[in-house]
Ligand binder design. Structure first.
Ligand SMILES: [Zn+2]
Length: 318
């Protein structure tokens, strides 16, 4: 227990372990050892605090209902990164891309990482080279007094944006207001198979005086203005929300409630698989086919969103 040392009050995560298997998430998961923080996070970002089942050091999970969190980032130092490769003995290559940071006996010497990102990725994939390790420290813009949170990622996409992000953060008097987003990326292979994933994206927006502390509402289900005491059950009852008209955008956002409903019908266990199933028309049983027909219109909207991301590429959706 290292709670006596000041540090982040919680972590933002893009995935979790479910029965020992990693599961990618399409909304932010916040873990914290502080029950009050968990309750406030749930109040701000949706979801309910749950006891952490993974046996980690943090006790409370909040699976939020948002893919974008508006945050305050205290200058470029809040964004730390290095490249790291471990083996069973520990760290064997930690560098800044040019020089070793560790092991100690190699510190300051050229590390030999290739200059091109693609070459670095390949080396990492083959176990020869280090992976990015990025740490972002921030506060939630809507309630900075909650304390600092941390997000750790090995995202190559974010690593590729680091110098731009650092420059953007340098240009703004601290703290910078940013959006931290789990952005849906939809791809299709040459054979027409669709797949998608989420990538973390940090967008520097401006200073607190010029940017609202909350992101604008998205296509996700948001609480209606009228009080609705039945909402926010453990298993949210999907309301027949009609997503707003699609806007041409490089960022694809989808209606989470709709995806959940489609997942129930399609028997898929992740939003990614749901979209893939919607795209490819892979449906297991006849009764599911019938139900899919009823949902076709709605699922078609998911496919349309995906289609946008594919920029008019071949889709096997019928
Ligand atoms: Zn290196």
């Amino acid at each position: 227990m290292t709670q006596s040392t000041p540090g982040p009050v919680g972590r933002f995560r893009t995935g979790r372990l479910v029965e020992g298997r990693p599961q990618a998430l399409d909304v932010w998961l916040v873990t914290t050892h502080d029950a009050e923080v968990a309750a406030r996070v749930a109040g701000l970002l949706g979801g309910r605090p749950q006891p952490n089942e993974g046996g980690e050091e943090l006790d409370h999970d909040v699976l939020t209902e948002v893919e974008t969190v508006r945050v305050l980032v205290d200058g470029p130092d809040a964004l730390a990164s290095h490249m790291i490769l471990r083996d069973s003995t520990g760290i064997i290559h930690q560098c800044d891309g040019l020089e070793f940071l560790s092991p100690e006996e190699k510190k300051g010497r050229p590390c030999g990482c290739p200059p091109l990102f693609e070459d670095r990725k390949l080396a990492a994939k083959e176990g020869r080279g280090p992976m990015p390790s990025i740490s972002l420290t921030f506060r939630i813009a809507a309630e900075p007094a909650l304390g600092e949170f941390r997000f750790l990622t090995g995202s190559w996409q974010m690593a590729a944006q680091l110098s731009d992000l650092t420059e953007a953060l340098e240009r703004i008097d601290s703290p910078a207001v940013c959006d931290l987003t789990l952005e849906l990326v939809v791809h299709t292979t040459r054979s027409g198979r669709g797949f998608c994933y989420r990538k973390p994206v940090l967008t520097v927006l401006g200073s607190p005086g010029t940017v609202a502390p909350q992101p604008p509402p998205t296509a996700e289900p948001t609480p209606a203005p009228a009080p609705s005491p039945r909402r926010r059950r453990a298993r949210p009852v999907p309301e027949p929300a009609i997503p707003p008209a699609l806007e041409p955008s490089q960022t694809v956002s989808v209606n989470v409630a709709l995806l959940r409903r489609a997942a129930e019908v399609l028997g898929t266990d992740s939003h990614e698989k749901t979209v893939i199933a919607a795209l490819t028309g892979v449906v297991a049983g006849q009764h599911q086919t019938a139900e899919l027909l009823r949902l076709r219109e709605q699922v078609g909207q998911i496919a349309a969103l995906a289609g946008q991301a594919l920029q008019g590429g071949d889709s096997s959706l019928t």
